[in-house]
Ligand binder design. Structure first.
Ligand code: ATP
Ligand code: MG
Length: 233
């Protein structure tokens, strides 16, 4: 059932920022991490966000992923203004629309790869057996079929990154957001992840990736540059 206020639109851009800003208020100092950002992503587009360290890329992706809200301006996700949703409705919209890969993975510690990947399905009310099957399939797809019971501390950095990717993909989201998805991978694993992302793009998913990796950026439909908190499409 779709709650009032979270109805989604199937026309128009899937992501639309209008004059969006994010100021971090540290009391003694204010950091303008994102300044007057206006940009849209159409359904099915593959966009790569590029920019120097500290320019505001993760801040922008966190807003797009509804992990944070703009301090000024507007953000519309599938036509819904996130400012008008309470935290529960926003979490619901996020859960059924977005798969998110964090720059630092954010896996649950002391929890197996399998349980980490299955957790988003639990929030969607998927039954135990199906959760298990889908989580196994997602991990196998990322080449981790032999690491199901390993906890994050028992996995390499690149393996943790692939668990984070599997967790983002297990719900088959329309929008995939990833912060440096190949940042910690060797070239062979990186090439596999790029092939997977291209396959998802080919299947109509919308992709927005922060990346320093020219091999990832090469496959994007469009590059968006961020510098000093400003977005230049
Ligand atoms: N929670 C926070 N509180 C205060 N300032 C922050 C916070 N998060 C980020 N910043 C500041 O906002 C600016 C943008 O940070 P952000 O993490 O978006 O950069 P980035 O482009 O993702 O960098 P990197 O490529 O190093 O990951 C930086 O100057 C950073 O110091
Ligand atoms: Mg970052």
């Amino acid at each position: 059932m779709i709650a009032v206020g979270t109805a989604t639109s199937t026309t128009g851009p899937v992501i639309s920022l209008v004059g969006a800003a994010r100021v971090y208020d540290l009391g003694h100092v204010q950091v303008a991490a994102l300044v007057d950002a206006t940009f849209a992503v159409e359904r099915g587009e593959f966009v790569a966000i590029l920019g120097p360290s500290g320019s505001g890329k993760s801040t922008l992706l966190n807003i797009i992923g509804c992990l944070d809200r703009p301090t000024a301006g507007q953000y519309l996700l599938t036509g819904t203004s996130v400012a008008e949703l309470d935290d529960d409705d926003l979490a619901r919209l996020r859960s059924r629309t977005i798969g998110f890969v964090f720059q630092s993975y954010n896996l649950l510690p002391r929890t197996s790869a399998l349980e980490n990947v299955a957790t988003p399905l639990l929030y969607q009310g998927v039954g135990r057996r199906e959760r298990h099957e889908r989580a196994v399939a997602a991990l196998e797809r990322l080449g981790l079929g032999d690491r199901l019971t390993h906890e994050p501390s028992e996995l390499s950095g690149g393996q943790q990154q692939r668990v984070a990717l599997a967790r983002a993909l297990v719900t088959d989201p329309a929008v995939i957001l990833a912060d440096e998805p190949t940042g910690n991978l060797d070239s062979a694993s990186g090439a596999e992840v790029i092939a997977l992302l291209r396959e998802l793009h080919g299947a109509g998913r919308t992709l927005v990736l922060v990346t320093h990796d020219p091999d990832v950026a090469d496959h994007a439909d469009r590059l968006v540059h961020v510098r000093d908190g400003r977005v230049a499409a």
